[in-house]
Design a protein around this ligand. Structure first.
Ligand SMILES: [Mg+2]
Length: 316
């Protein structure tokens, strides 16, 4: 054995799975420090992958979207969406299947690339993602389910943020319509489903030459990002630049590994390669740190709309 303390010379290589909405941008605005954060990841060769529940855009669309916001030098392989996850799931579990799709380009393209055929007569699955769910399409999907199709949904989000005061219906809400009309139970992919994290990590190790020693999920939503990370056995950093307020965290049974004001808090430690000895953002130590006021609803919680704030989790 070498007499040197091995641990002193061992630098932990961390890979990051990064949520987009509320972490990198909010509405059409880049979150301050997000461009520096992505630049630091690129400059240091740190493995990373953007992980989003939005099934509407293709990875190429997301490259363009980030370019418009000022983040350059990325290619489509840095993005993993719930649409890609759905296509991966079907091509792994039922490669010969056919589908009737309610969704947009990102989902249609992902399924097409996996050679999964569309079928409006007798599909094996009705696949629901974000998008234009007209009554006509819902009626068709309803009929397909009555004829035996199973209901598969790209992600469980009932609503998606459009701006700080506005939301739009998400894939979970469209699926709820079909669950009510047919009595079928949907299966939800995307975060927090472990299959999303499992395939993301696989894609992740395909991207980098060596597998990271540890993987961290960075996200702004407790029910999807943080819950999924914990259930998949990886670390989780919650950022307060999106849908979660500091006061709300204690309500959950599961807790993030760290709480940060935004990804800007990580730039220094990525550049130096030394993990900060602070567990939480320095901004949280300030007594009157300004907190954003955002909606009370949770993206995956239907009951929350009718109920007052739930009791804090018993384990806290
Ligand atoms: Mg988010």
């Amino acid at each position: 054995m070498n007499s040197m303390n091995h641990a002193e010379y061992f630098i932990m290589k961390t890979g990051y799975l990064i949520d987009m909405d509320g972490v990198i941008y909010r509405e059409n605005q880049l979150i301050p420090g997000a461009a520096d954060f992505v630049q630091a990841l690129q400059d240091t060769g740190t493995p990373f992958l953007f992980l989003t529940n939005n099934s509407a855009p293709t990875p190429e669309d997301l490259v363009v979207r980030l370019e418009h916001l000022g983040i350059r030098g990325l290619s489509s392989r840095f993005f993993y969406t719930s649409a890609l996850n759905t296509a991966d799931f079907l091509s792994e579990t039922d490669p010969e299947c056919t589908v009737f799709v309610i969704g947009e380009g990102g989902l249609l393209t992902a399924l097409h690339e996996r050679r999964i055929a569309n079928d409006a007569i007798r599909p094996r699955y009705v696949v629901v993602g974000e998008g234009e769910a007209t009554l006509g399409k819902l009626g068709k999907a309803h009929e397909c389910i009555e004829r035996g199709a199973r209901l598969l949904v790209t992600n469980p989000d009932n609503w998606c943020p459009v701006s700080s005061t506005k939301t739009r219906p998400g894939a979970g809400a469209i699926a709820a319509f079909l669950e009510a009309s047919t009595g079928a139970r949907a299966y939800y992919l995307g975060k927090p489903n472990g299959y999303m994290f499992h395939r993301a990590r696989r894609k992740f190790s395909e991207l980098s030459f060596s597998e990271p020693d540890q993987v961290v999920m960075i996200g702004d939503t407790m029910e999807t990002d943080i819950r999924g990370a914990i259930e998949s056995g990886i670390l989780s950093y919650l950022v307060l630049s999106g849908s979660t307020q500091l006061e709300g965290i204690a309500d959950y049974v599961y807790q993030p590994t760290r709480v940060l004001q935004s990804v800007a808090d990580l730039v220094e430690e990525i550049r130096t390669g030394k993990a900060s000895d602070r567990l939480d953002s320095p901004a949280l130590l300030l007594k009157d740190a300004p907190m954003r006021t955002v909606g009370q609803r949770h993206q995956t919680d239907i009951l929350k709309l009718q109920k007052p704030r739930p009791r804090p989790a018993m384990t806290k």
